[in-house]
Ligand binder design. Structure first.
Ligand code: ASP
Length: 324
């Protein structure tokens, strides 16, 4: 065979490869954030998307698709073309709590996605408005019991992290507040700062700035250890609430049928983002827990999703029954 024919044959074979395998990504990637801008999912997404874009050589564009506790955006992402140009920033709500709270959920968190990797662990903090009469967790619990449905509890929609960790807290405190849903805890936090709502349980990365600035109160962090970002804030255990220990997380998912090559490229970019000094500092300052080593793999995320769905389903069914 002549040399030119061989080259032509090789080129033809390359052209037959899926475009993704050759040069992915060749255009901007959309990352769906299933909540309003400014909240914790949006914050984590923007922190990792910036260095990921640099590694991939293409911009990751954040698209906020809020609604139904994050399940609207994730449903859209699950059904997007599996070409690597639409990915999602999910979390403990969309991929852990939602199945317990949405009998007709249009996706299965463990089966309908290609996990890319964990972006951050986000401990839960119990926060209240600045003018709240309670000065510690025990006073807050006494207040919440006394107020009943006169107290306003903000959350980011049924099945969100703030909703599921919130109904769990109410169930443990044996309180029945009035719920005020938002499209994300970014806007909920604004109303907490202005005193329109009384309290919320949220991911630490959203609230560290306002706690430190003194524009909201924090009563406890729901982890076994204190956070270096809020060293003066007691743990729930220290504050006398032993059975409320909950942590959330944010993680990147792609539609199920995406190629292994695309997952590899995205995971590699995420791993590099988590080693980026600027991204690390931003996550550290906000109290985010940076995944290390094997916790960064797609396989570890798959396992996490499965264990979270199994863990939250009975807990939330019981908490919902108590809420009635
Ligand atoms: N932290 C929120 C939640 O409660 C969502 C967000 O705004 O990121 O799920």
């Amino acid at each position: 065979m002549k040399r030119s024919v061989i080259i032509a044959a090789a080129l033809a074979a390359m052209a037959a490869l899926p475009a993704a395998a050759q040069t992915y990504p060749t255009k901007p990637i959309t990352m769906i954030v299933p909540f309003a801008a400014g909240g914790p999912t949006d914050i984590v997404a923007r922190i990792v998307a910036e260095p990921m874009s640099r590694t991939l050589g293409q911009q990751i564009v954040i698209e906020n698709v809020a609604g139904a506790g994050g399940t609207t955006g994730i449903t859209r992402g699950a059904g997007a073309a599996a070409d690597g140009y639409t990915i999602m920033m999910g979390h403990m709500g969309t991929h852990g709590a939602a199945p317990a709270l949405y009998p007709n959920l249009k996706y299965n968190p463990a089966r309908d996605f290609a996990p890319v990797g964990l972006a951050a662990g986000t401990p839960i903090v119990i926060v209240a408005s600045k003018g709240h009469p309670a000065n510690n967790l025990q006073e807050f619990i006494a207040w919440a019991k006394k107020q009943g449905d006169k107290s306003n509890h903000a959350h980011a929609g049924v099945g969100s992290v703030s909703h599921s960790t919130g109904i769990l807290l109410n169930s443990i405190m044996d309180t029945k507040p009035t719920f005020i849903p938002y499209t994300g805890t970014g806007p909920a936090l604004n109303d907490l700062v202005s005193g329109q709502v009384d309290y919320m349980t949220d991911q630490i990365v959203n609230v560290v700035g306002q706690i430190t600035a003194g524009s909201i109160k924090a009563f406890a962090i729901a982890t076994p250890q204190r956070s270096p970002a809020l060293p003066n804030l007691p743990t729930t255990r220290e504050a006398g609430l032993n059975n409320y220990e909950v942590s959330a997380w944010n993680a990147i998912f792609a539609p199920k049928a995406v190629s292994d090559d695309v997952v590899k490229r995205l995971n590699d970019a995420l791993v590099k983002a988590l080693d980026d000094p600027n991204a690390r500092k931003r996550l550290d300052d906000l109290g985010g827990v940076i995944p290390e080593g094997a916790d960064r793999t797609p396989a570890a995320l798959q396992k996490l999703v499965e264990s979270e769905v199994a863990r939250w389903t009975p807990v939330l069914k019981e908490a919902m029954a108590n809420a009635k």
